[in-house]
Design a protein around this ligand. Sequence first.
Ligand code: PMP
Length: 398
Amino acid sequence: MTDALMGVYNRAPLEVARGEGCRLYSTDGRSYLDCVAGIATDGLGHANPALVAALTEQARKIWHVSNIFRIPGQEALAERLTGACFADVAFFGNSGSEAIEGSLKTARRYHYANGQPERIDVIGFAGSFHGRTYAAINASGNASYLEGFGPRLPGYVQLSVDDEAGIAEAIARPTTAALIVEPVQGEGGARALSGEWLRRVRQLCSAHGVLLIYDEVQSGMGRTGKLFAHQWFDGCEPDIMAVAKALGGGFPVGVCLATREAAKGMTVGVHGSTFGGNPLAMAVGIKAFDMINDETLLAHVRAIGERLTAGLQELAERYADIVVDIRGKGLLIGIKLVPNNREMMATAREEGLLVAGGGENCIRLLPPLILSEAEADEALDRLETAFLVARRRLDDAA
Ligand code: PMP
């Protein structure tokens, strides 16, 4: 492999030549069942004909225009998104990190606009992941992301989701601006928060004028079987929400969504992006949105998620020496392991199954939302073969 790339990724020795649906084909002629999907990004599978058509049709018209002009696709996608959730307004960027950055800036500007510029503190949680920009690594709940990047920025508070008293105390502080949380923790290992937890935090935030930000970069766009994961529960809508990944079906796009009230500080000139909301991203995003915000597809996600989870639970019983826990929601599934998760990813890959890693020694299954029943069963079979290999390895070591 070339040494002309910064060495920031731990790359598997797999070179993808092309993809189709839930399959990837490598340059050395092997095929894989893809339960990574670009980390919950290729929601509608690879080379989806409808998305390819939307992209190529737009490419022939116009790729890029500045946000100093009106962009019809942006207006159309913003109308769709705000029509399908709590939000009134949208700001488009190109990634999850930018959606988070926009969300955090929106929250602080809200308090500034209210004449309370001292309210800057953002409460975040252990095990959370919000991206790699400076603001995002400060909001994230893993100190290793900050190492060597200078001092922790002021205005970021870290708590545990289990620390009820600490959360209540922090929300009540007069310098608190916002609380940011993933309704289903992704990188942390597919940990789903309860409706009770979300409602309690919603109520505390409302009582103290603190803005509630959901990071649905990974859990949103159908991943859990609802358009957004928090929509599983009543009474816990946020003020601001970051969405990305599957929003563009694999094309780079992210969005910060907010109520009109929460966004009142975001006035002309305070934020912006050259590429954010470009016509190519919007054309694919509109098509992907219409295909995902569809009750038939969402019901399919719920059914396939249940099928996979039931199969995994059954595997967990038979492989209690390998599997510690099955968790997550819909098609955001975490399998907490006894053997090393990186090793298991490699073993599964050898068996033709691609899975992602996750915190707490998990592997994650994040397949395209269109995974069929037969493909779900195939994933379970291949995973069992990988478990058998791991068991033999454990036995050999003993
Ligand atoms: N938030 C969450 C919950 C994520 O899972 C990710 C990416 N894994 C991000 C933010 C950052 O997104 P991006 O890599 O597109 O900047």
